[in-house]
Design a binder for this molecule. Structure first.
Ligand SMILES: NC(=O)c1ccc[n+]([C@@H]2O[C@H](COP(=O)([O-])OP(=O)(O)OC[C@H]3O[C@@H](n4cnc5c(N)ncnc54)[C@H](O)[C@@H]3O)[C@@H](O)[C@H]2O)c1
Length: 504
């Protein structure tokens, strides 16, 4: 029987101890703060009782828990998982002490979310026995465990971490050490790009959140999530990414975060963050239903690719008379590469992927963007050229309304809001995989199970098409001249092999 030691009886430690007992391990929970220890033990017992009632744990799991305020009592453990406060000095001291207390075969794991495991291993007497075991909050409920290989980690430590996670019922993914490991690194663009969009005033925080929920199928928008996690916590994480990477431009913190923290708007815990939680009742309006659509019309949907095909299918199903050439009452250019529009003065709607509306030189047009798979999308983003007539804007709203989409007006940019966020998620995932942080399946599993994304970045890329993803990023790079939009070498290679070429 595995003897598991857990250091720190807080939110994460108590959850990990519960998992250990439920999996039939003898668990020794340690915390130097007596009150924290008894509170933690109480939480473990409560959690186990709930699981016993549901048949998820046996009655015999309860007596498996023992508690101690003395670190020395962890000596006979096979595996010790450290879940003490996120302070590098404190953790390094703990790893040095645990090395003295425990036997030469004990594997020492850390649940840190941001401190390099390699630096903690360096503080241990036997660095090859040190490994990262990154559980997600709350550990009993979240299905994922990220096992992190420090530079010094040996195979035996890695195997024990993986086997223990599997015995606890977790889906285990393996990641290399580095800023944010695999999951938090690959998830970073969700918040970081959203902050960039807000800084550029492309949309308000409420709009960005709504677009992510309704257009992308995310459970929560990035600003709701920042409020939930704590704006100050997110700011600290962003600073640590910059520090650990020596200034990688994609990972720079946002001046908006700094201002929010200075103003004390720390999120839900402070009653105010991006949203106001002071009043009882909802902090944001419910998501809207699609506006009623127009009658059927003669519509020309031009362009190639998964999105153009899906829109043609929807428009046909909605009763529109689809024209291939000749006169039409509305022209929709839904291809990533701009197509030749049919002649005539009909309102023109163009996909803002390979350029912004402004850069495309169609001041009278309406820009739009949405991402496949279209069946999972409930909202289309629209943007107005400076010369667009009100009837063209109305035609765009009613066309997409008739296809069952809500609409949201935002400012002009390649990919608009969701395209920009999702393409940066794909880009970051390609940087990470290209740098050996983990495999593609691991990234997709990690982001769906660890961060509750509707699909992983590689599944997104498959659905959207590599040409669409690279076109948005390349257009952002051309129009912004910012390093943060450079293509990951892996993504660039794939796109070139698929026949995509950057615009010159
Ligand atoms: N909370 C999360 O969402 C989350 C998610 C993943 C990882 N983590 C990581 O897990 C670790 C613990 O986080 P938490 O949220 O459970 O924190 P917490 O504050 O709830 O618990 C920390 C516990 O450690 C105890 N402690 C203090 N000094 C100690 C020492 N010298 N030795 C042993 N224990 C000591 C405290 O009394 C407290 O009970 C951190 O490294 C954190 O980054 C947290």
């Amino acid at each position: 029987m595995t003897r598991l030691g857990v250091v720190g009886a807080g939110t994460m430690g108590a959850g990990i101890a519960q998992l250990g007992c439920a999996a039939g391990m003898e668990v020794l929970l340690h915390d130097p703060v007596e009150e924290a220890l008894s509170r933690g033990a109480e939480r473990v017992e409560q959690g186990l009782r709930k699981w016993i009632d549901k048949g998820r744990a046996g009655e015999d799991s309860l007596p498996l828990l023992r508690v101690t305020p003395r670190l020395e009592e962890l000596a006979p453990c096979d595996l010790v998982i450290e879940a003490a406060p996120e302070r590098p000095d404190l953790k390094r001291e703990l790893f040095a002490s645990l090395s003295e207390v425990c036997g030469p075969d004990t594997v020492l794991a850390t649940n840190t979310s941001s401190i390099p495991v390699t630096s903690l291993a360096g503080a241990a007497a036997r660095p090859e026995n040190v490994v990262g075991m990154h559980f997600f909050n709350p550990p009993p409920l979240m299905a994922l465990l990220e096992v992190i290989r420090a530079d010094q980690t040996g195979e035996r430590a890695l195997d024990l971490a993986r086997e223990t996670g599997e015995a606890m019922g977790k889906q285990v993914i393996l990641a290399a050490d580095g800023p944010g490991f695999l999951v938090n690194r690959c998830g970073r663009p969700f918040g970081a790009e959203a902050l960039r969009l807000l800084q550029e005033r492309l949309a308000t925080h409420e709009q960005i959140d709504r677009i992510c929920r309704m257009g992308g199928g995310f459970r929560m928008g990035p600003f709701e999530l920042m409020d939930l996690v704590g704006v100050d916590v997110g700011f600290e994480v962003a600073k640590s990414f910059t520090e650990l990477s020596f200034g990688e431009p994609r990972w720079k913190p946002s001046p908006i975060q700094a201002r929010m923290v200075a103003a004390g708007r720390l999120g839900r815990k402070a009653g105010r963050g991006y949203y106001d939680y002071a009043e009882s009742g909802p902090y944001r309006p419910d998501d809207p239903e699609p506006a009623p659509g127009a009658d059927s019309a003669m519509v020309a949907i031009v362009g190639d690719g998964p999105l153009a095909d899906a829109l043609r299918e929807r428009a046909r199903a909605a009763g529109h008379d689809l024209r291939e050439g000749g006169p039409a009452e509305l022209v929709v250019d839904a291809g990533v590469t701009p197509a030749q529009s049919p002649p005539g003065g009909a309102p023109l709607l163009v996909l803002c992927a390979a350029s912004s509306l402004a850069a495309r030189g169609e001041p009278g047009a309406i820009g739009f963007h949405l991402l496949p798979p279209v069946d999972d999308c409930r909202l289309v983003e629209l943007t107005r050229g400076p010369g667009a007539q009100p009837f063209a804007a109305e035609a765009a709203e009613s066309f997409f309304g008739g296809l069952g989409f809500a609409t949201e007006w935002v400012e002009d940019a390649p990919g608009l809001v969701l395209g920009r966020i999702v393409c940066q998620l794909v880009n970051e995932a390609c940087f990470a995989v290209g740098e050996g942080v983990g495999g593609e399946d691991e990234v997709d599993t990690g982001l769906t199970l660890g961060l509750s994304h509707p699909r992983g970045p590689f599944a997104w890329c498959e659905a959207i098409g590599v040409e669409h993803v690279c076109s948005v990023l390349d257009a952002l790079w051309r129009e912004r001249r910012e390093e943060r939009y450079r293509l990951a070498p892996l993504l660039h290679r794939r796109a070139m092999l698929a026949g995509w070429r950057p615009q010159t």
